[in-house]
Design a protein around this ligand. Sequence first.
Ligand SMILES: [Zn+2]
Length: 460
Amino acid sequence: MPNSVFSIPAKLSVLAAGLLLIAGSAFARDTVLIGNARLVIGDGSVIENGSLLIAEGAISAVTAGAIEAPEGARLIDGNGKTIIPALIDGHAHLGYQGRHDWGGHNYHPETLRDSLEQYAWYGFAAAFSAGSDPDDMALEFQRGQGEEYPDAARFLFGAGMGPEGQGPNDTFLVEVAEVEERTGQTILRSLTDPEQAATQAREVAERGIPFIKIWVDDRGGSQAKLSPELYRPLMAESASLGVKVLVHQQFAEDMPDLLAAGAAGFLHGRLGEALTAEIAEQTARAGAFVIPNLGLAELRREAIGDDPFLRAAMPAESANALAGPDSGRQASVTRDASNEARLSASLSRLLDAGVDIVLGTDAGPLPGHPFGYSGHRELEIYVRLGMTPMQALIAGTSAAARHYDLDDLGVLAPGYSASLVVLSANPLDDIRNTQSIEQVFLDGREIDREAIAARLSQAR
Ligand SMILES: [Zn+2]
């Protein structure tokens, strides 16, 4: 951080820098004025040549034209730059992907910190971990994270539930069980009978966990599929307690009954012909959201390790493992035109019905789908399949914030957290410009992206 950003005499700057190292929170109280910038508000509107004022960690003013700089404010010339709200990933599994390898042995607070700082580096303010976290450790991390890890995106998680001992993919299930055994903490809650299912909802609410994730998937016959007799009472009780139930559904055909039971959102799009206009309309009427979740399949075939945007914040050998041609990944993925058309038509049906699309990546339950990076690539896929860049940005900001009850995120407006990204190029021209990150602010504090990248690039 150059000293010149602080409005203090040069001879005091060394002293001030020292004090700031001791009391990092002093910086959080900085007043910052961004002027002359394009402001993509997050709700679908744009202000060209606008100003945005940050004070006390929050956005205190947003306007077209100029704002008079308060005394001592740090000034950022936004000429040619675009400001967007910091992004949110609505579907991930944290704790298992370490810097070098993947597995249950990685699940520690330090791994959560790494992954959430990686998210922050990529301009994310929050990530939702879907049902695979040891709940005591996760709750403790949440309580302390603001003070302990101010450079990290916010950690959200949901309690995972399924038929006894089941839910996650078979490979992941083994790792989840390992973490449960090692920590002695609960990750997966089994649903065994209707009354017990309702009790599980109450237990989760009492623990202060606002989300439940259920798996309704027989994993190609290797697991039991959670039955309506169990998820209906679970969802009814959850609704009465204000706990949202988010669903991994195996098929689009599973959606109508899940919606009738009270599903708050679907973590997989299951885009295709089976996702009919009727299902889309029912989803919209219910106010439920859909995470298309398209990049997981596609990016696994691509030599993403060659992308400088990925290489910048991970150890070189980890990136090499995802690079071509040795990894078996392709430099540029070939796509089947008829499949593209099918996905695109399905996505259109959701948009036409007015369904809220939310950004989610499903990064983490298997190796090789990196946190943060995969979110930018997912946005790119949405636009390729027919969403406008504005619709894609809404999915990653205000829509995600609303459905995950992040009341102070996702929109650039007075009173909201000053969690935003300064881009050097306009994502409304080309969605890939979300990658042109110059600065990231979380709760009014500019994170040190250089330090994060340096730390994450190191071997432990
Ligand atoms: Zn998942």
